[in-house]
Design a protein around this ligand. Structure first.
Ligand code: C2E
Ligand code: CA
Ligand code: CA
Length: 612
């Protein structure tokens, strides 16, 4: 890393009107608002320490290297620690020598790095033993608070300050917590749509055109399948900077998921002229991606397809633009056209998806959705106390389709409410029949983020419980951590109503989001389900092991059950049992099975032939 490199973005941010704060005031704000902050110089020595960090790690002294006392435990930090590569950005996990685990953001700060964290879980001593109370951190997101304060002062202060500028830049994106994509550090879908809506509003006032360019890498799946996911991830990480390097002021890039990226573009012109401007950006980006990538010593040639939709030409809302850009991108991809701008007659040309979508409508109402059930093993008793219901689509032509092929489609088309209800009805009926047959099993149903935002979900759940006669304690709803974060107030409301019905609630994919301890404590849930991406690698990846261990400890401390999914071998199962994890799920025990196969599997287990 060159000494000057990290300064550049700061200067830009300051020039773009970021607030100016005298250094002393900034430090005072950090001191008050971020008790767990740490400022590191370029050599990795602590230059400032927040008051709580001083308590958690008393041996840490300003001016001394932090390395043996504090460890950043996520993989991308490893190379930085070894003295190579750029300092990491974004969400990190930091562990102290005494086992306290903090999660937070790493932000560039001058020639060094600022860590702004919150305690995720303290694993060797209670917070109380440190003289700290949970309420001390109830501002679940210190960065947001800092932003508010910075914003309030911005007008009154002169004197550009590097740290303030950079903090504000990241804080703005971080304002709704999950603003960034963990893998690439780029803005994520939520942050992108937010920014898009803002740009659309200001373009309406100002005139001109705002465009969305959706980019999808061609044959990315081949990279993943042939070279492995690690290589795929390394490639995705290089794509962002490559795109970023050719963007100009006012243009932005985000990763929407998988190998899909989105650009926000703007033009002072309108109509065909504006579209030509947007197309020029898309072509510039595709050209930049054309240069070979070097991943793990291999030279990879990447091509991408791009779809453009612009306001006001193709729609006036962000959702419509994204949808139309997607249609255009699909055209570009299927016909190898590189860049395609949306036009209404393209809409009919997305044969497979449109067909699937129209068929999904009938499938959801009819009998084509089937549930497979995957056993959940209670670790202390080694008994199967429940199953997770996982939906599949028995398509008349395409065969059995996995949820990844149609759940997102349902979510983007408003069909997901019907899907959730259909799965609920089938799962409740099945569990009720098992109960009647003398086999009480808790059935876990996945509730998509969209359904969680549906205020009538609790009524629907009550109705299906009533109709099937299933006692509420035998139904569990799995809600993803990201869904809870997306709209915490609404989620809290719906979850509380569901809880009052007596059904169990579980936070799915835990560890992939940014739930603070304080927030988690307020949620009426009984279970944390640690994401399988951490569980699968916990015996080989130290960072994954830390996340699993702290997840289990966090659950224990909060009086919740902990479920580890993705258990693929006996060694992982044993390690989880040793950690005190309460429940395991995974291929080692059983794959998800159709109802009859599950019953045979359970019977074989009863007869004394357990798989695990
Ligand atoms: P999920 O809720 O995280 O479900 C667990 C997924 O992990 C399942 O994939 C399961 O087959 C897989 N899995 C279980 N054990 C192992 C293991 O040991 N190793 C590996 N590699 N994978 C394992 P599946 O069935 O393809 O489901 C994928 C996702 O689709 C689910 O992730 C869930 O988000 C969604 N989904 C499934 N059914 C429904 C549903 O009824 N409604 C909604 N909204 N979403 C659903
Ligand atoms: Ca699940
Ligand atoms: Ca999961």
């Amino acid at each position: 890393m060159s000494g000057d490199a990290p300064r550049e973005p700061a200067r830009d941010a300051a020039a773009a009107g970021a607030p100016a704060l005298p250094e002393g005031l900034l430090h005072e704000l950090l001191e008050r608002l971020c008790p767990f902050h740490l400022l590191l110089d370029a050599e990795g020595r602590a230059t400032r320490l927040g008051p709580s960090l001083r308590k958690v790690c008393p041996a840490l002294r300003p001016g001394e290297p932090v390395a043996p006392l504090l460890r950043f435990t996520t993989p991308r930090e490893a190379s930085w620690r070894r003295g190579a590569g750029e300092p990491p950005r974004g969400l990190v996990v930091l562990e102290t020598d005494r086992g306290h685990v903090l999660r937070g953001q790493l932000l560039p700060a001058g020639a060094g790095t600022l860590f702004v964290g919150t305690p995720w879980v303290t694993s060797t001593e209670d917070l109380a033993a440190l003289g700290l109370r949970l309420d001390d951190f109830s501002a679940a997101d210190p960065v947001t608070d800092l932003l508010l304060l910075l914003g309030a002062r911005a007008g009154a202060l002169a004197d550009a300050q590097l740290l303030a500028a950079q903090l504000q830049e990241v804080a703005a994106a971080h304002a709704h917590r999950a603003g960034h994509d963990d893998l690439t550090g780029l803005a994520n879908r939520a942050a992108f749509t937010d920014r898009l809506e803002r740009e659309l509003r200001s373009a309406r006032a100002r005139g001109g055109s705002v465009g969305v360019v959706l980019l999808d890498l061609d044959r990315f799946k081949e990279v993943n399948d042939t070279l492995g996911h690690d290589c795929g991830d390394l490639l995705l990480r290089q794509v962002g900077p490559r795109i970023g390097a050719v963007l100009r002021a006012g243009e932005a890039v985000a990763r929407l998921g998988g190998d899909e990226f989105a650009l926000l573009v703007a033009s002072p012109r309108r109509g065909a002229a504006a579209l030509a401007d947007h197309r020029a950006v898309a072509e510039r980006v595709l050209a930049a991606l054309h240069e070979p990538f070097v991943v793990a010593g291999l030279t990879l040639f990447v091509e991408a397809s791009a779809g453009i939709a612009a306001a006001p030409e193709h729609g006036s809302t962000g959702a419509l633009l994204l949808q139309h850009a997607d249609v255009a991108m699909y055209q570009a991809k299927s016909r190898h056209l590189g860049v395609v701008a949306y036009s209404p007659d393209l809409d009919g040309h997305d044969p497979r998806r449109l067909t699937l979508l129209s068929q999904l409508r009938t499938a959801v109402d009819g009998s084509e959705l089937v549930l497979h059930y995957q056993p959940l093993l209670d670790l202390p008793s080694r008994r199967v106390l429940g199953v997770e219901a996982l939906v599949r689509w028995q398509h008349p032509v395409e065969g059995l389709l996995p949820p990844s092929e149609f759940v997102p489609l349902a979510e983007s088309s408003g069909l997901v409410q019907a899907l959730t209800r259909s799965v609920l009805a089938a799962a409740c009926a099945r569990a009720s029949a098992w109960l009647a047959a003398g086999r009480p099993l808790v059935v876990a149903v996945n509730v998509s983020a969209r359904s969680l935002a549906d205020l009538s979900l609790p009524e629907a759940v009550a109705e299906h419980l009533g109709r099937s006669g299933l006692p509420p304690h035998l139904l569990k709803l799995e809600i993803t951590e990201s869904a809870v974060i997306a709209d915490p107030v609404r989620a809290q409301h719906v979850l509380e109503r569901l809880r009052r019905l007596g059904v169990a609630l579980s936070v799915d994919d835990f560890g992939t989001g940014y739930t603070s301890l304080a927030h988690l404590r307020r949620l009426p849930v009984q279970e944390l389900k640690i994401d399988r991406s951490f569980v699968t690698g916990m015996l080989t990846e130290p960072a994954d092991a830390v996340i699993v261990r702290t997840g289990v400890e966090l659950a224990t401390r909060l009086g919740l059950r902990s479920v580890a999914e993705g258990v693929e071998d006996a060694a992982t199962l044993a390690a989880l049992a040793a950690l005190g994890c309460t429940t395991a799920q995974g291929y080692h025990l059983s794959r998800p099975l159709p109802e009859a196969a599950l019953e045979r599997w359970l019977a074989a287990r009863d007869a004394g032939h357990p798989a695990a």
